[in-house]
Design a protein around this ligand. Structure first.
Ligand SMILES: C[S@@+](CC[C@H](N)C(=O)[O-])C[C@H]1O[C@@H](n2cnc3c(N)ncnc32)[C@H](O)[C@@H]1O
Length: 248
């Protein structure tokens, strides 16, 4: 009987480890020697974003509302969002050239398929933990998207979360009053703790669901990580947080 339990235990631990390994593998990205050169040749990539601090509106073809995606990954979201909303300017930020290289290809493909020009989208490379070096109050963003940011579960790493107090306080500087953060994640602990971060940093939750795909909310653009997690049966958590007055 004891052996049977031991066997079950080994199977369960093996399964958990396999799931974790699969996730790490899927999140990992190989070096792409072409990414940097293709980006630098692209007219919708900005290599030195700090130089445009306070002047992002001038960099777009038209002055219109600005939406920013933090940690855009392979660009599945931004390519669709930008194509479907030509009257919005989109700025997508990631720390990895490899991701941005794939995002550039994705955007070009989506726009080319529809015979359109990607004039309302810009990709740039930056560490979001130091986002205040590249954006200020003159950039007046209307909306920020945070899709499936790293959950950083260990206590000593939590301050790196893109929804952490420190980051939210940074975002307040360039997000308009009543501007919104759209936040999606698969991670229960990150979602729960982010509710506290939003509250303490003067954001009011105007919409929340613990099961986005069965909530009736829409339209929703499914990101790469969203597909991966929902295919595994994990429920997607989503909220909209509105910038209000900072509590004293
Ligand atoms: C888990 S992936 C999610 C990608 C995409 N948003 C999605 O939903 O499929 C997180 C992305 O955030 C980027 N990232 C993580 N930390 C960052 C940081 N501090 N600054 C900029 N990008 C970051 C990673 O390079 C990666 O592309």
């Amino acid at each position: 009987m004891r052996k049977k339990y031991q066997f079950c235990f080994v199977i369960i631990i093996g399964y958990i480890n396999l799931t974790v390994l699969k996730r790490v593998y899927l999140m990992r990205i190989r070096h792409k020697p072409w990414a940097k050169s293709e980006l630098e040749a692209s007219n919708f990539f900005v290599r030195n974003p700090d130089e445009l601090k306070g002047k992002w509106h001038e960099r777009f073809a038209k002055k219109q509302p600005l939406h920013i995606e933090l940690g855009c990954g392979k660009g599945g979201f931004i390519s669709q969002a930008a194509y479907l909303n030509p009257d919005i300017n989109f700025l997508a930020i990631d720390i990895k050239y490899e991701m941005l290289g794939l995002a550039r290809r994705n955007i070009s493909k989506v726009f080319e398929e529809h015979n359109a020009k990607p004039e309302n989208v810009i990709l740039t490379v930056h560490n979001i933990e130091r986002i205040n070096l590249m954006l200020d109050e003159n950039d007046s963003a209307e909306r920020i998207y945070i899709n499936f940011c790293n959950p950083w579960p260990r206590p000593k790493h939590k301050k790196r979360r893109l929804t952490h107090y420190r980051q939210l306080m940074n975002y307040r500087t360039f997000l308009l009053d009543n501007g919104e953060i759209y936040f999606k994640t698969d991670d229960d602990a990150l979602f729960r703790e982010s509710l506290e971060y939003f509250d303490k940093c003067g954001f009011q939750i105007s919409y929340i669901t613990y099961d986005l795909h069965n909530s009736g909310y829409g339209p929703n653009i499914v990101t790469e990580h969203e597909k991966m997690f929902s295919d595994e049966g994990i429920k997607i958590k989503f909220l909209i947080a509105k910038k209000t007055i900072l509590p004293t």
